[in-house]
Design a protein around this ligand. Sequence first.
Ligand SMILES: [Zn+2]
Length: 161
Amino acid sequence: MIELHGALDRVVCLSCGERSARERLDERLREANPGWSARAEAVNPDGDAVLPDVAVEAFRVVDCERCGGVLKPDVVFFGENVPPARVRDCYALTEAAGALLVLGSSLTVVSGYRFVRHAARHGIPVAIVNRGETRGDPHALVVLDSPLGATLDALVDGLPA
Ligand SMILES: [Zn+2]
């Protein structure tokens, strides 16, 4: 499995590229901020929490243990690009696959859609399960407009024991 857009269980240093476990960062943040606590004034739709200024100012951020650089979640943020080597690995996996199954994506963003186009160009059948139309529908052999959870449950129920 390739995590195309990264994963939140890791952090990466913006200076040296060192990756470390998010759990370790959590430990270090707790050590750097003993007794710190705050109550969110609001939680935005994107998950960002609004904290009182006094709480934010009292919070100590920790840096990369190796070089002192700034850390960020090891995910591809909006406006960033998926690392080229990871894209190449995904193309290779697509070419080696007997079929490409898209689950729960509108494929609006090119970063996933390109693999559907790539599979179709190579004669690899594409199946899509999604609620609503997707950008990949014209390239798919099978399109199932259906809620993902119920569809996957039905598929699992239909598997031989
Ligand atoms: Zn670093």
